[in-house]
Design a protein around this ligand. Sequence first.
Ligand SMILES: *Cc1c(COP(=O)(O)O)cnc(C)c1O
Length: 495
Amino acid sequence: MVYTGTRGDAAASSAQAIAAGIVADGGLFVPREFPQLTAARLAELAQLDYRSRAAAVLSLYLTDYTAEEIRHCVDGAYCGTFEHDAPAPLADIGENRKMLELWHGPTCAFKDLALQILPYLLTTALNKVDKERTAVILVATSGDTGKAALAGFADVAKTRIIVFYPRDGVSDMQKLQMTTQKGDNVAVCAIEGNFDDAQSGVKAIFADAGMREFLADRRMVFSSANSINFGRLAPQIVYYVSACCDLLRSGELTPGGGFNVVVPTGNFGNILAAVYAKRMGVPIRKFICASNANNVLTDFIRTGVYDRNRPFHTTESPSMDILISSNLERYLYHLSGGDAEFTAAKMAELRQSGRYELPPVMRDAMREEFYGGCADDAAGRAAIAEIFRERHYLCDTHTAVALAVCGQYRKETGDDTTCVIASTASPYKFAPAVLRALTDRELPADDFAKLELLSRLSGTAVPASLAALRGEPVRHRACVPRAEMAQFIRSALQK
Ligand SMILES: *Cc1c(COP(=O)(O)O)cnc(C)c1O
């Protein structure tokens, strides 16, 4: 499998693409073609466990990794690290709707599915392409990626990890998860700004010649754990294949049938993985893209115009508070039939004016397979309350956006095809907002008392990794303006 760049030719092996994270011209790595899974192969995979499904899918993309290397990566990532042997189980919530629960990992969000395996994929890649160097993983996070990346990379040899999060843009529990992180190779820093500031700051540092030189002098090289790295996308494809396998196995999906997916979307990484699964042969009919009040994608899907010039809202689903969805670039590239010049031009327009427009043919092709909808905090709370009342099922604020938009889609179209809803976080990660949706009672001030209240109300257990944060000392207190991110990195790496 050869990889290329979305903005221009950049032939690379999978190991090179994963080690580099991003193409030197600022584009993203994409596979030249989509490997295929036939119906017969899917039926075979349906008989296997998650790890075997993962090995099968990853080996189609990571063709320069040996079968033993892939097995080592998969077992290290998914053996004993998730609450269940099945890291991505489907839960039935009635009316032909399934929750694809992606939050049973160590940090309670879907990012674990990719970030538990990325350190293995990356260190294996570095061994192949650049044995001498230490990888410096730069992360901009809207809350969940940061902790999941820290948990994956802490004390991994020949890596350093530096995480930037928006000071006022993450939940208290997310902040505590990050600021208490242990490990000799980790640094965590708040920035005065929102996620888009953190993300564009990190991208600028990647492209900065002075920083690259600073690293080269120390036998270091930048890499990325954000979803711009193909090593994050590939493991996310696995759970859509696996969901298809589970539906086949239970008989709820029959050969020739199909299902819809609903994904609460921010950076467009999770839903893009579903697109890849479909291109490989998984019978997904519609991609239902759910946004919160930051609904730039809803408008884009409806009109073909991407316009980030709008107010930024801080919501109860902070991991989706994003106006520049970086993985959309990969979708544009594929939608245009692999036209790098077109993609580069659109990304330049986005940089210059914050806006671009698709030609009508492409807009219509996108609308064939996508539906875009949005739900604000009030609609999200209503969805949490309703599904709890009707099914005694507890869902978090991000998943609630997806659930609400799933309802909108069905009402608008009458299409009641089986929906697989990506459930992206544990409700305990966003306990105050979930509690406010469920009860009018005054909430206790203490964060951990809130977790216990949610546990009592719902009859579910507080995840052990969150309960264990109680009393942990805060180890990371730095907070800098965007302009000082590079300086923070230099001093962190000099330690
Ligand atoms: C990251 C995240 C999202 C958004 O996923 P993208 O891949 O950025 O679209 C949604 N929900 C939760 C809980 C997340 O952590």
